[in-house]
Design a protein around this ligand. Structure first.
Ligand code: FRU
Length: 484
């Protein structure tokens, strides 16, 4: 079906309750629905938004087009959770219902001000001539719903194009700050910074000055936080060329780490590193959790790609929440500990691997793998295996190269370069924590030193777990947890 502009900008209020119910039921019954990831009730999900912990409760929204698997009129769908493991829907959504967000309530963040949750986001407005005007909007999440204020920034500052969006807010030294993703008039991407004393009047402070003057044409979804004295800036540059194993996805999502002088907005920093080495990771957002830890959730998808679920009118999911730490100057990402509450029964095996060996079955589970010894050239762990299909993780001992291969995984997204993603590990492979769901794999390597996140679309009967090695021995201890 061809989605015309008119269809993409249809609002959920334009369909009747019965039609919406039908969409919901069709979505629930569609193939490749996840068992334990956040996925859209109907239609398309993209960026996580408004992620905040307040009064014993986490709030998390997602960008949502309710009526199909395309990027159309965007809402914020609202979820609440006590533990970031189980989420419940909340009907206080952010709807594109004013002149300023008439063509979508685009991405943004949340912050607690005077005990109230403030949402701060980009209203996407289009004129009759279809010219985009981005407005930055603040709203308050009250018991009864979302109350919007007039935009506090109207349009881009001088020197920037219409691509000016995704405000992320924090407080520091008695001041509120916001970073916004922007495109300069010379069509390069950057981040601009605003500040406010009262969360009402906002002052344009200027650009964050980094070494990356010319690094892609637009930077989406910026985030800033400090961990143990390290300033960390996340952003999603679009238009960066692939380099060997790096930057192989259509758009990138990564970070720079260093120190920002907030008087001059100058950052001295490391090279840009991708947060995730897999196929499907974008637009992450972080917040401070219950125990003051920094928690990240990303969109397990990318723009401008066709996914196998599109035909059933739904698309995408969010990643599992990860805790970020800085250890020996490196950013480490571990799945939140609370996920262990999903574990039910488990089975542990110690295996001397040589030829191909089937070890478990299952379609959604967690695997904990310890490498006891490894002299083999290559170690393979295959997931979702059947006679025709498998998803392969390979580790090459000599080069320390870790490869995720979905060539034989089943159905594949379209408009994606290649079917393998790889990276070179800093240390020898020692440990893996792998979360497999109906249509995704998240692999945490060496206790969070690297992560590979990818969607896969296998057949129903591809449910084996298999190991193999070549040219030598490998001894592994593997535990499989069934999850609820
Ligand atoms: C990133 C993004 C944001 C924008 C939102 C619209 O995926 O393009 O820049 O606010 O999605 O849905």
């Amino acid at each position: 079906m061809e989605w015309t502009r008119e269809m993409k900008y249809r609002r959920i209020e334009d369909i009747d309750a019965m039609q919406y119910e039908t969409l919901k039921i069709n979505t629930e019954n569609a193939t490749w629905r996840q068992k334990y990831h956040i996925q859209p009730v109907t239609g398309l999900l993209n960026d996580p938004n408004g992620f905040i912990y307040h009064d014993g409760m986490y709030h998390l929204f997602y960008q949502w087009f309710p009526l199909g698997a395309v990027h159309g009129m965007k809402y914020w769908y609202h979820l609440v959770s006590k533990d970031l493991v189980c989420f419940e829907s909340d009907d206080r959504t952010v709807d594109p219902d004013t002149r300023y967000d008439s063509h979508g309530a685009y991405s943004g963040s949340a912050f607690v001000v005077d005990d109230e949750i403030k949402l701060i986001y980009t209203g996407n407005h289009r004129t009759k001539e279809w010219t985009r005007i981005p407005y930055q909007i603040i709203a308050t999440l009250t018991e009864d719903g979302v109350i919007k204020e007039k935009p506090f920034i109207e349009g881009p500052e001088e020197g920037y194009t219409e691509h000016y969006r995704d405000p992320k807010v924090w407080k520091m030294h008695g001041k509120y700050y916001a970073v916004i993703g922007a495109q300069r008039d010379n069509l390069t991407g950057t981040i601009v910074v605003y500040s406010s004393l009262d969360f009402k009047e906002w002052l344009f402070e200027g650009e964050l000055k980094t070494r990356y003057e010319n690094f892609g044409y637009m930077w989406e979804c910026p985030d800033y936080f400090n961990i143990d004295g390290n300033d960390i800036v996340l952003f999603c540059p679009q238009g960066v060329e692939a380099q060997d194993d790096a930057y192989r996805n259509i758009y990138q999502s990564g970070y720079i780490i260093g120190a920002i002088d907030f008087n001059t907005l100058t950052m001295t920093h490391s090279n840009f590193e991708e947060l995730d080495n897999g196929f499907d990771f974008y637009a992450p957002q972080t917040t401070v959790g219950r125990n003051d830890e920094r928690i990240l959730i990303g969109w397990m998808g990318l723009p401008d790609i066709h996914y196998p679920t599109d035909k059933d009118d739904w698309a995408h999911c969010l990643t599992l929440p990860r805790v970020l730490t800085v250890e020996n100057g490196e950013l480490i990402q571990r799945p939140i500990k609370a996920l262990a509450s999903r574990r039910m029964d488990s089975e542990t095996k110690t295996i001397e691997v040589s030829q191909e060996q089937a070890i478990f079955t299952g379609k959604y589970y967690e695997l904990l793998v310890y490498i006891e010894s490894l002299s083999a050239e290559v170690l393979n762990i295959d997931l979702r295996v059947s006679d025709e299909e498998y998803t392969r993780l390979s580790y090459h001992t000599r080069t320390r190269s870790f490869i995720f291969d979905r060539t034989y995984s089943g159905a594949l997204p379209e408009n994606v370069e290649d079917t393998r993603r790889a990276t070179v590990l800093k240390d020898d492979l020692k440990q893996l924590q792998i979360f497999v769901d109906e249509s995704s794999v998240e692999i945490f390597i060496n206790d969070g030193a690297n992560v590979f996140t990818s969607r896969i679309f296998p057949s129903e009967d591809s449910d084996g777990v298999r190991v193999s090695s070549s040219d030598g021995q490998a001894k592994l201890t593997i535990t499989k947890f069934n999850l609820k």
